[in-house]
Design a binder for this molecule. Structure first.
Ligand SMILES: Cc1cc2nc3c(=O)[nH]c(=O)nc-3n(C[C@H](O)[C@H](O)[C@H](O)COP(=O)(O)OP(=O)(O)OC[C@H]3O[C@@H](n4cnc5c(N)ncnc54)[C@H](O)[C@@H]3O)c2cc1C
Ligand code: SF4
Length: 470
């Protein structure tokens, strides 16, 4: 059937049966002709409302026009200036809730596939030969900045400050940089080579990475300022502390937090066992509790780790699910089952301490709660047991308190988020800034990137008041 102009150009993707058993990327990316066709669907609106839907206000209309004009270098430059992580955001941003939700084309037809175009242009740019000799740039300012945490907020803050001439060091607690982009989001959605290319770009800008250092433990904030000569610090430590349900049986063998499960698979490469010596035990029947992107990543990873049956258990309905629509559809295609309106009340185990089942209670939806979503109400006497041997809890995370516990002068909210000035990102401690999930709680890559960019501008402006060019 001929493709109609009203249709969004479909993303080429791998066959569901094949891809559900390996970690290679599911989406194959647009080819040139797809991108040209899709760019020509854009109406070139006088009021490009798509831009308003983007948290960092990428000039979407302008980059799409460049694609339509076959000027990919121009399109890539527009994207890079607005969003240094566009190759990543083109893959993982919830566009249907942001730019594409606003797109005028969506009023009558399907919105322009802004995310797919962003990915196409950024991937094209990554494939171009370097225009420099590949050597790291030398900073030209004296004021050094330390970045704590190498997730998207830290990476963007580091890149922007390096572009402005500051010597920048990123301290990361884990043995490889990237934050959730490396240890959380699996390779079938975001290949490491894409992240590594972004990190190489930052190194060429002069950013230095130091892994295996926990600020607040290995080194203190005072040491960074007083002994190591940093003039400012940006905290982008994310929200990596898992929440638990506090139900009986959570301590059984075979119960994982999503963070542990994904870190073992992605960062510790359990998927390559026995070629690496860090396996993860994944049973034949896996239940993942939750309904966000993290839950989808866990359940789809469990299939790839050899589970015969993988299911999502959620106490609300499909309507309240918070995962990206694309991930949900991919999960269905790959054979994941969804058990809506079921609330786990106990993890069952055998006498050796291993999981044997998940006891759930059926729920119905009541009036909206504080979050504005329908409140799940238990149906009396509806308990039943799902036989499973692995349970993964993907019910949310909170900011890690390690750094703030060691620095009482940095004020936090009741739930542990760092309190910052909204405009600058400065915390209650002078010259210590923060952004990303550590401030907002678990959110999105683009919001973290935006916070890193805003803080970089504020840090630079603050530091150049006492300018000392090298
Ligand atoms: C599994 C999963 C899937 C997701 N999928 C999506 C998605 O599809 N789309 C989307 O937009 N968002 C998604 N998100 C959310 C998104 O990844 C986060 O909002 C984003 O990564 C937050 O960035 P950040 O810079 O605040 O911190 P993080 O990415 O959390 O990185 C923080 C880094 O700081 C390090 N660190 C912590 N404490 C210290 C310390 N004291 N010293 C040194 N280093 C420290 C940590 O090791 C970590 O590497 C997902 C999250 C998860 C967990
Ligand atoms: S709203 Fe949609 S059609 Fe209009 S400029 Fe933005 S992407 Fe193009």
């Amino acid at each position: 059937m001929p493709v109609k102009r009203i249709d969004k150009t479909a993303m080429p993707e791998r066959n569901a049966k094949q891809r559900a058993r390996d970690f290679s990327e599911v989406n194959e990316g647009y080819r040139y002709e797809h991108a040209l066709f899709e760019a020509e669907r854009c109406l070139r609106c006088q009021d490009p409302v798509c831009v308003e839907g983007c948290p960092v206000r990428v000039p979407i209309d302008k980059f799409i026009h460049r694609v339509a004009a076959r000027d990919l270098a121009g399109a890539a430059q527009i994207l890079r200036d607005a969003n240094p992580l566009s190759s990543i955001c083109g893959r993982v941003c919830p566009q249907e809730m942001q730019c594409e939700k606003n797109c005028h084309m969506g009023a009558r037809y399907r919105p322009v596939a802004i995310g797919h175009l962003e990915r196409f242009v950024s991937d094209w740019a990554q494939g171009q030969p370097l225009t420099t000799n590949g050597q790291a740039k030398k900073p030209w300012r004296a004021e050094k900045v330390a970045i704590v945490g190498s997730g998207p907020s830290g990476l963007v803050c580091a890149g922007e400050l390096a572009r402005l001439g500051h010597p920048v060091t990123v301290f990361e607690a884990l043995h490889a940089p990237g934050g959730v982009l490396r240890y959380g989001i699996p390779e079938f959605r975001l290949p490491n080579r894409i992240l590594d290319a972004e990190l190489d770009g930052l190194r060429r800008l002069g950013v230095e990475f130091v892994n295996n250092v926990i600020i607040g433990k290995t080194l203190t904030l005072d040491q960074l300022f007083d002994e190591m000569g940093y003039s400012a610090v940006f905290i982008g430590t994310g929200a990596g502390l898992p929440k638990f349900m506090n139900i009986p049986g959570e301590g059984l063998n075979g119960v994982y937090s999503a963070n542990e499960f994904l870190t073992r698979i992605n960062l510790m490469q359990a998927s390559s066992f026995p070629h690496v010596d860090t396996p993860v035990e994944v049973g034949k029947r896996v239940a993942v509790i939750g309904s966000g992107n993290t839950a989808m990543d866990c359940v789809r990873s469990s299939l790839r780790m050899g589970a015969e049956e993988a299911m999502v258990v959620y106490r609300r309905s499909e309507k309240e699910m918070s995962a990206r629509v694309e991930e949900y559809h991919h999960a269905i295609e790959e054979g994941v089952k969804f058990l809506w309106l079921n609330n786990p009340v106990e993890v069952m185990g055998d006498d050796k301490g291993w999981v044997t089942g998940l006891k759930c209670m059926k729920m119905e939806l009541g009036a909206p709660d504080d979050s504005g979503r329908a409140r799940p109400v238990p149906i009396k006497g509806s308990e039943f047991v799902i036989p499973v041997d692995t349970v993964v809890l993907a019910i949310g995370t909170t900011p890690n308190p390690l750094l703030t516990r060691a620095n009482k002068d940095i004020r936090t909210t009741k739930w542990g988020g760092l309190m910052v000035d909204e405009g600058t990102g400065e915390t209650s401690r002078r010259r210590v800034y923060a952004g990303g999930d550590a401030v907002t709680g678990a959110a999105t890559v683009i919001l973290a990137a935006g916070a890193g960019k805003r803080a970089a501008t504020a840090i630079h402006e603050d530091l150049v008041k006492e300018a000392q060019p090298v």
